[in-house]
Design a protein around this ligand. Structure first.
Ligand SMILES: Cc1ncc(COP(=O)(O)O)c(C=O)c1O
Length: 420
């Protein structure tokens, strides 16, 4: 559609096909632009570094296993890979665009599946938005809701993107720290030993607070917030008229009989909560990058505005596969055949194996009660090796992780291999 003339848009594909990259294009690839104006937008200031990019490069360079990033080293379940194959080889229309805010069979099943869990009747057209992974849902939510100068409360340690996403939207991150209580002598602590101080949390709310970000089960602690802790957060959000972005991508990954509780299911919280989920984490298929965000229409409509002016539409075939996976899970829910029961059972064994391995090299750990992660205490190393290489303002844990990547593996290999 053109603004000032009545015109018909036709696709002019043919004349472009077969055109070779000409001299001007080749030149572009080799020149770097110098501009008298400032090149990058101010919203990028201070957020150009990214942990995953940096550590991804390092682990490649030193040829070590990257245990930092959250993705499985095993296949998704058969029903999921079959659903994906079917989506790519069946109905040819799945090669085309679908509804901008989500492929209808997917939004339908998400609304009915999560509607039951949250105790909330959901309209698939207005209460669910499908995004490029949960990352896309988070970005869309921050862009839609955070304004210049708004404060966003983030619980530390946190998934690293909440801070730059807040800043990119013009907001101001306000941190509140979860602190561990000491483990009983000679025993391992658990990730739930990391607690919020209620008075400290309350003190972070100001008239400028717009959003609190919750992540349960938590990356990187593995903490599963209890109902009581969620009630504390919910009461403060209601008291100070604050929205909650609840990142629940690991909701099926809970161990030792712990229960995941969605904060949106607590009284009065549906109206002020956005609940975010990930098919990648739910079905061990992180490369599919299908995520979603659910909430009341008066908030969701602003997320739809961001979505229609940015991504517009997520890949149809991946959405069709996820729709089938949820339809299957809906039939098996609560039964031993449910993947959402089988996955945490298998992961719990992996967790125990990892705990034994890390303990055997002298690390103190908190037993993870959820998610893909567990956290280790390196304070003993810090007292033995206070001066690791790295920039002075770089936190010790970061320098320690880099030092391990560069030295430990090679040293232990060399030791294992023996002289010569
Ligand atoms: C807490 C948390 N939220 C969101 C995401 C992003 O999920 P997705 O891969 O669906 O974008 C991750 C990925 O590691 C995560 O750990």
């Amino acid at each position: 559609m053109f603004r000032s003339a009545a015109a018909l848009s036709v696709h002019l594909m043919w004349p472009l096909w077969g055109r070779k990259a000409g001299a001007s294009l080749t030149r572009c690839l080799h020149q770097s632009l110098t501009m008298t104006k400032r090149l990058q937008a101010r919203r990028l200031d201070g957020i150009d570094q990214n942990l995953w990019v940096e550590f991804g490069k390092l682990t490649k360079e030193y040829d070590v296993v990257n245990l930092g990033q959250g993705f499985p080293d095993f296949s998704p379940p058969d029903f999921a890979t079959q659903a994906f194959q079917q989506a790519t080889s069946g109905n040819f229309m799945l090669n085309q665009y679908t509804r901008a805010f989500g492929y209808p069979p997917l939004t339908n099943v998400l609304a009915s599946f999560f509607g039951k869990l949250l105790g909330q009747e959901m309209d698939p057209l207005t209460n669910v938005l499908v995004t490029v992974g949960a990352y896309g849902a988070l970005f869309t939510a921050f862009q839609a809701l955070v304004d210049e100068g708004d404060e966003v409360i983030i619980m530390e340690p946190a998934f690293d993107c909440y801070e730059p996403m807040t800043m990119m939207a013009g907001g101001c991150p306000v941190f509140v720290t979860l602190k561990p209580s000491p483990a009983p002598k000679g025993k391992l602590g658990a990730s739930n030993d990391w607690q919020l101080d209620p008075a400290e949390l309350a003190s972070k709310f100001t008239p400028r607070t717009k959003i609190l970000v919750l992540n349960t089960p938590n990356n990187p602690l593995g903490k599963v917030f209890s109902r009581m802790e969620l009630e504390l957060v919910a009461n403060l959000c209601q008291q100070h008229d604050v929205l909650c972005i609840s990142d629940e991508v690991y909701q099926w990954l809970v161990y030792d009989g712990h229960q995941h509780v969605s904060i949106a299911s607590l009284p009065g919280m549906w109206d002020r909560t956005l609940t975010i989920g990930s098919a990648g984490k739910s079905f061990s298929a992180t490369g599919w990058k299908v995520g979603w965000v659910m909430g009341p229409d008066n908030i969701m409509k602003h997320l739809r505005t961001v979505h229609q002016n940015s991504i517009f539409h997520c890949p149809t075939q991946a959405q069709a596969a996820v729709a089938q996976c949820f339809e299957r899970e809906q039939q098996h829910f609560g039964q031993p055949s449910s993947y959402f029961l089988q996955l945490p059972q298998a992961m719990e064994l992996n967790r125990d194996h990892m705990i034994r391995s890390l303990q055997s090299v002298g690390l103190k750990l908190w037993i993870s009660q959820g998610s893909y992660f567990l956290i280790a205490d390196i304070s003993d190393f810090k007292s033995k090796m206070p001066d690791l290489p790295g920039a002075e303002d770089e936190p010790y844990d970061r320098r320690f992780a880099k030092w391990m990547i560069k030295n430990m593996v090679r040293e232990s290999w060399e030791k294992a291999a023996g002289p010569g």
